[in-house]
Design a protein around this ligand. Structure first.
Ligand code: SF4
Length: 339
């Protein structure tokens, strides 16, 4: 064993935070915990002899136990020769998605009556995911009509975000009956933390509860909030995973880069130019701001699997980007607020 070489599986990505570290198993879609010190040694020992790994610990037994744990969990494997190490493809962290794609449209439903032509510019520009947000019961009927007239459109998936108090199961079934591409419903203000169920085998729809309301960003509340997969990991390494490729339309039809900001970039109508929005320096800056650029998040081991919705703001001195709201996780202590 000592003369074999250690190789970390490429889809087991080790992420170091300031005080903690994790292994993101991107194929099994799970997070594995180990001490930061142990993972630093593992990173240093990748492609080196097992004997080198053992020498990093106070005694050989500790090294043996850790290697067994890593082999049992398929985080590493062993190679007989140095040449063998070179025969495995490397993890690709390059981000392929074009930067001029507006993939998601998020619409706050209010007094503006949404007709098919208001969506056309966005569909023509390649937008394929539509999220409808509604806060008041007298606007719910607009959801019915939008789901109906976009049923045959190029939108691939639909989501609805709505206070739990103004919907019931019958309404959800009705919406799904109108448009079977409705994939996800967020029920907000339910007094429960995020959890999902998909009990109904006929409706291929997920319903998620969340404690926050429509006007608050969703901030992670526990490790169950994280999204562990290759695409998410790579995009989050380069971009703001929540805002990248998204446009928000307010209840008055104002086009924004976030629903949590006052500023708008035009009004949704036939004259609206999507490329002007996508190429606006402030939009580009937000989309290109990954968690590596943000105070506190850059020190967090969860930064490439975290779907945090907070809008980064310039700091007082303008040198950094910071968040107004605190996260529920403290990467310096490794503790969650709600635990
Ligand atoms: S500190 Fe940042 S990266 Fe870490 S859990 Fe909170 S929002 Fe996510």
């Amino acid at each position: 064993m000592e003369n074999k070489y250690i190789k970390i599986f490429e889809d087991c990505q080790i992420v170091l935070g300031t005080n903690q570290a994790i292994i993101c198993d991107l194929t099994r879609k799970k997070v594995l915990n180990m001490s930061k010190h142990g993972l630093e040694i593992l990173l240093d020992s990748d492609r080196k002899l097992v004997s080198y790994f053992y020498n990093q610990f106070p005694n050989k037994e500790t090294g043996e136990q850790i290697i067994k744990h890593l082999l049992d969990n398929e985080i590493v494997f062993l190679c007989d020769t140095k040449e063998e190490l070179t025969s495995f493809p490397k993890f690709s962290s390059s981000y392929q998605k074009p930067s001029n794609i507006l993939s998601h449209m998020i619409v706050d439903i209010g007094n503006l009556i949404w007709e098919a032509h208001l969506f056309e510019t966005f569909i023509d520009a390649g937008t394929r995911h539509l999220q409808l947000r509604v806060s008041e019961s007298h606007h719910l009927s607009q959801i019915d009509s939008i789901l109906a007239f976009t049923k045959e459109s190029a939108f691939k998936s639909f989501e609805i975000v709505v206070p739990h108090a103004i919907v019931n199961d019958d309404l959800i079934r009705k919406w799904y009956g109108i448009n079977g591409r409705l994939k996800l419903i967020f029920l907000l203000g339910s007094g429960e933390f995020s959890k999902s169920f998909n009990e109904d085998k006929v409706m291929k729809i997920n319903v998620k509860y969340d404690y926050c309301d429509l006007f608050d960003p969703i901030i992670p509340t526990s490790s169950s909030t994280f999204i562990v997969n290759h695409l998410f990991f790579v995009e989050a390494s380069h971009k703001n995973i929540f805002y990248n490729g998204k446009v928000f339309i307010s209840t008055e039809g104002k086009v924004k880069k976030s629903c949590f900001e006052e500023k708008s970039y035009g009004i949704v109508n036939r004259d609206f130019r999507i490329q002007g929005f996508i190429n606006h320096p402030e939009v580009k800056k937000l989309w290109n701001t990954s968690k590596d650029d943000l105070q506190t998040c850059k020190d967090c081991e969860f930064r490439y699997i975290c779907p945090d919705e907070r809008l980064p703001q310039p700091s007082m001195n303008g040198n950094n980007l910071v968040m107004k709201e605190l996260c529920n996780y403290d990467p310096y202590t490794g503790k969650w607020t709600f635990n």
